[in-house]
Design a protein around this ligand. Structure first.
Ligand SMILES: [Zn+2]
Length: 280
């Protein structure tokens, strides 16, 4: 009798360990969230925080390729966040803001080389009008080859400071411009400068957007609010660009916690202690 009980306990413990392992695996994946990378310019001429050189960008995309990441579209992300629709293994959404011409000249060939898709948020009034920005022909070519084009307003105004009417125009007309040029639906918005408030969110919903992206640092999870989606901004212009990218992608939650701690310390007036915390 005693042997049977001991055996039962042993099996019970083994089963319990498996259940706990399974639960922590599910919890890890659930809380881990989906990374949405955010880039701006990719070229070898500009040297600022919003620009990565072609070599730096390729090193990062190659890393994603080697690690088995799969590029997804904003539709796939929204379907997953809204209804838990299955995503491919190691999903990642690569986004580029503002619609710089170098996205076509430099980033696009690299993305194609490693079989990644991307999403470009364009400022529609700048398209075809300024040398630094994309043309509709370049946009059409990339769109035909799987790159998603979404809205970033007409002229990159600070939405939270604009009137309701101005916000409405900026959101509706930029959406319509891309839809008219490409014959595809535009359902996603990136707030210029990442600026938004409850009024802007309300107007984005009213304009027919399904979701909107901020520059708030973090990953996106099933319970994420669709109109304040987090991203992982990737910066250049300093040293250790790859290392900082690697840390931001793989330790998003740890960095998030550090950011919150730093913000709290600054709010409490502990500036010298806050100064010791450096965010990669
Ligand atoms: Zn922008």
């Amino acid at each position: 009798m005693q042997i049977v009980t001991k055996k039962a306990i042993r099996y019970g413990i083994i089963i319990l360990i498996f259940i706990l392992l399974g639960l922590s695996y599910i919890a890890f994946h659930y809380f881990q969230g989906i990374p949405v990378l955010n880039y701006h310019q990719i070229n070898n001429k500009d040297h600022n925080t919003l620009t990565l050189s072609s070599t730096e960008f390729e090193a990062q995309i190659n890393y994603l390729y080697q690690e088995g990441y799969t590029g997804i579209s904003p539709d796939q992300l929204a379907d997953y966040l809204q209804s838990g629709k299955k995503l491919p293994p190691k999903p990642i959404l690569i986004t580029l803001d503002d619609g710089y011409k170098d996205n076509y000249q430099v980033a696009y060939p690299i993305l194609q080389k490693y079989h990644f898709t991307a999403t470009i948020f364009v400022i529609t009034d700048f398209v075809n009008n300024y040398g630094k920005y994309l043309t509709w022909n370049q946009i059409r070519e990339m769109s035909d080859n799987g790159v998603s084009f979404e809205a970033h307003t007409l002229s990159h105004i600070s939405l939270s400071k604009a009137s309701d009417e101005e916000i409405h125009n900026q959101l509706v007309k930029s959406k319509e411009a891309i839809e008219w040029r490409l014959g595809k639906k535009v359902d996603y918005l990136a707030y210029p400068g990442g600026e938004y408030d409850q009024r802007v969110i309300g107007l984005a919903k009213e304009a027919g957007y399904r979701a909107a992206f901020t520059v708030n640092f973090g990953r996106d999870r099933i319970n994420s609010t669709l109109y304040t989606l987090n991203r992982i901004p990737i910066f250049g212009g300093q040293s250790h660009t790859f290392f900082r990218f690697w840390l931001r992608l793989n330790f998003t939650q740890t960095i998030n916690a550090l950011q919150n701690l730093k913000a709290y310390l600054l709010k409490e007036g502990n500036t010298s202690i806050a100064g010791l915390i450096s965010i990669p």
